[in-house]
Design a binder for this molecule. Structure first.
Ligand code: SF4
Ligand code: SF4
Length: 427
């Protein structure tokens, strides 16, 4: 809930959701007839793709388009590939969608490739097998010799509003987190591990063996970049260049620990599902499950004008198909009735300064937005701190003119980064 000062001079406050003492057990969604995997590679590569329509896939098998690619997912179910098609996602990002017709529960078969690798845990086999686990752990940061990692930070707090996914694992699986942290320390040779939790979970987090730091309940204190700036400043990290820290979600750490101790992958994603009536439930769902299967479970129907958001209310993205699958990093899904939606507008900025007051990066957002709306992205970056933005979405939320400031910022950053990548590849 937003709290505004009567005089409008103090920052409005947004509070994070805190997991309930009496949180109900997650609802397990049974596997449907199909799962869908979006691979982060355009299907121009499909000519020499490793998979073709009709190919069998085992549960836990790596699914990628080209041999040795870092872009892969792990199939949560066995079955047969029935469709391969291009998919254009947010900001025009091209990827490839693979549909798998799922085998019946009694005929599920498991891929055993990881079994021998798990006997000798290493960073290399973690990168080659585990990047598709729930929570989407990123091991590439450890292979950048110019930015050595000095600390492993486990996020046991949720960094967007309404979500309780990360908190669930701290509250209920702290020993699995301990195992995962020990394994990560072992394979990376880094002994410095920090677990970030809301104050309410500080006591239970103590059993993890990690150093415990707490974030307060006010948004966006659990944002990884703010954690780096405010809480890890003494850890010899460079918050500006975002180096020195490897972040993992508490869910990912549990899944890493379980993979190495059992030789099997746990490929169900924990998602905070918020239905139209505002009811929040945790659901455990095989990665790749289409949204429609979750809607069916809760008899939730979508009408014209309703909105589906993957991610939290501040940083999430709208999706436009009920085929959209749960991915390894889908923490929250929100269904909004059209009557709850505040539409954007084309009203000009009234210079109220609300966006400047809330911006945790201290950007003069009221000036930045003028350059963004005019498409002057290079000026926005050179003169108005575009790249200092940590993408918290707070400015859009408070904007009196309902300007989609955050969306303008994301588009500008994406455009400049694409231009830079194109220049580098031409060079
Ligand atoms: S999205 Fe960026 S500009 Fe907007 S409030 Fe957050 S940090 Fe500031
Ligand atoms: S961009 Fe929106 S919040 Fe910021 S000064 Fe203009 S009207 Fe106010």
């Amino acid at each position: 809930m937003i709290k505004r000062s009567f005089f409008g001079l103090v920052k409005p406050k947004l509070q994070y959701e805190i997991i309930d003492e009496a949180q109900a057990e997650p609802v397990r969604i049974k596997p449907g007839k199909q799962i869908m995997l979006y691979i982060d590679q355009p299907d121009e590569n499909a000519g020499n793709a490793l998979f073709k329509i009709g190919d069998p896939v085992k549960s836990g098998q790596k699914v990628t388009l080209s041999d040795g690619s870092a872009d892969y997912l792990l199939s949560s179910k066995s079955g047969q590939i029935s469709k391969i098609s291009p998919f254009v996602g947010i900001l025009g990002k091209k990827s490839t969608s693979l549909t798998i017709d799922v085998d019946g529960e009694s005929s599920q078969s498991r891929d055993e490739s990881f079994k021998s690798a798990c006997q000798a845990p290493s960073l290399e086999n973690a990168r080659d097998f585990l990047a598709g686990l729930p929570g989407k752990p990123d091991f590439n940061v450890f292979f950048d010799s110019e930015k050595p990692v000095k600390a492993i930070v486990v996020l046991g707090a949720d960094d967007d509003l309404l979500g309780i996914t990360n908190q669930y694992f701290v509250k209920n699986n702290i020993i699995a987190i301990k195992t995962g942290i020990e394994l990560l320390c072992k394979i990376t040779g880094i002994s410095h591990a920090i677990l970030i939790v809301p104050q309410q979970l500080e006591q239970v987090a103590g059993s993890s063996g990690a150093i415990i730091k707490t974030v307060d309940s006010e948004y966006p204190s659990a944002h990884p970049e703010l954690i780096m700036q405010h809480m890890l400043a003494s850890e010899d990290v460079d918050a500006k260049s975002k180096s020195g820290i490897a972040f993992f979600s508490s869910e990912a750490v549990c899944a890493i620990g379980a993979a190495y101790t059992t030789g099997k992958f746990f490929l169900e994603k924990m998602v905070t599902f918020v239905s139209k009536d505002g009811n929040k439930r945790l659901v455990s769902v095989p990665i790749g499950t289409p949204l429609q299967d979750i809607l069916n479970e809760f008899n939730e129907t979508l009408n014209d004008g309703d909105r589906v958001v993957f991610g939290g209310p501040m940083k999430g993205v709208s999706v436009f198909s009920t085929d959209t699958p749960v991915m390894p990093d889908t923490d929250t899904i929100i269904i909004q009735d059209k009557r709850q939606i505040t539409e954007g507008s084309d009203i000009a900025c009234i210079n109220c300064g609300e966006c400047v007051r809330v911006c945790p990066a201290n950007i003069q957002v009221n000036q930045l937005i003028r350059f963004l709306e005019a498409g002057q992205y290079e000026e926005a970056a050179d003169q108005h701190d575009l790249f200092s933005c940590i993408e918290c979405g707070f400015c859009s939320y408070v904007c009196e003119s309902r300007i989609p400031v955050f969306q303008h910022i994301k588009l500008a950053k994406h455009t400049l980064e694409s231009m830079k990548a194109a220049e580098e590849s031409n060079a």
